[in-house]
Design a protein around this ligand. Structure first.
Ligand code: GLP
Length: 260
């Protein structure tokens, strides 16, 4: 009864949104399907066209629908749900989802780390680092653009090894015997530059997620500082939060245990 009362009190456009979402959840509308337009929705649900438009606009803003100029609105593919607390590689993340990862190497060079970078990576002399620019795709679709910095002395022939192996974490662990155990990561909102948009197949100015990650070995040695640009229309980060009681460690959730 309470639920019904809430539903009555709910603005009409919110009810239309919910009905469309229910159709998606039940599989009546699948990713890529065209969603009825404003006029059809207005007739079907007996609401005004303005109400139908507002529902469609909000669903588009939430990333549930994608609007294509002159063609209509379509059901978006579900975003990739990325565990926030698991230290995994792009290759592992994609394989876990049954997607085929691929990396387009854009530029690999050795540069001199500036003061900030040298400090992050704990470098005194030499300050030489590999600078690796890569475009990451899954099943052929661009997902992320990443620029990694790795101390050269830890991985002297990283360029060659990376060409063979494909996965940077794979090279760290399998080739150089570096055991990655923890990282500090930041995530911020951003918008794609023209160049990033071109690489990622999104419009310049589209929303992106900007990440930085500094990864350490079991000996506490920083091995990689990376700046990543992830497509915000394809990714969401998920973490299970637990209330920390005194004397109890926060629970770590792995990728497989992610809540739905
Ligand atoms: C993710 C992380 C990066 C890391 C990369 C390694 O994309 N955001 O910080 O460099 O994984 O991935 P791979 O081992 O597939 O090269």
């Amino acid at each position: 009864m309470f639920y019904n009362e809430m539903r009555v009190a709910m603005p009409l456009y919110v009810q239309v949104k919910q009905l469309i979402k229910e159709m998606i959840d039940k599989g009546e509308l699948r990713p890529g399907d065209r969603v009825p337009g404003e006029r059809e929705l207005a007739e079907r649900f007996r609401v005004s066209r303005m109400t139908a438009r507002q529902a469609l606009n909000e669903l588009e803003a939430e990333g549930v629908l994608v609007r294509i100029q002159g063609k209509g609105s379509f059901v978006a593919r579900p975003k990739i749900r990325q565990a926030l607390l698991a230290l995994t590689s792009f290759t592992e993340d994609m394989l876990l989802r049954g997607l085929t990862p691929h990396t387009k190497s854009l530029k690999t060079e050795v540069v001199e780390a500036d003061r900030d970078l040298a400090e992050l990576l704990g470098l005194v002399i030499p300050r030489e680092v590999w600078r690796i620019e890569r475009l990451r795709t899954a099943d052929g679709e661009p997902m992320a653009f990443e620029v990694s910095y790795v101390p050269r002395r830890l991985c002297p022939d990283l360029d060659e090894q990376l060409r063979k192996e494909g996965s940077l974490y794979g090279v760290f662990e399998r080739v150089y015997g570096l055991r990655l155990v923890r990282a500090t990561q930041t995530i911020e909102a951003g918008i794609a530059s023209r160049e990033q948009g071109g690489l990622l197949g999104i419009k310049a100015g589209a929303a992106v997620l900007l990440l930085t990650r500094l990864t350490f070995t079991d000996e506490g040695v920083p091995v990689e500082y990376v700046k990543s640009v992830y497509r915000a229309d394809r990714y969401k980060f998920v973490a299970e939060l637990v209330r920390v009681a005194e004397g109890r460690e926060p629970v770590r959730v792995t990728q497989k245990e992610l809540p739905r």
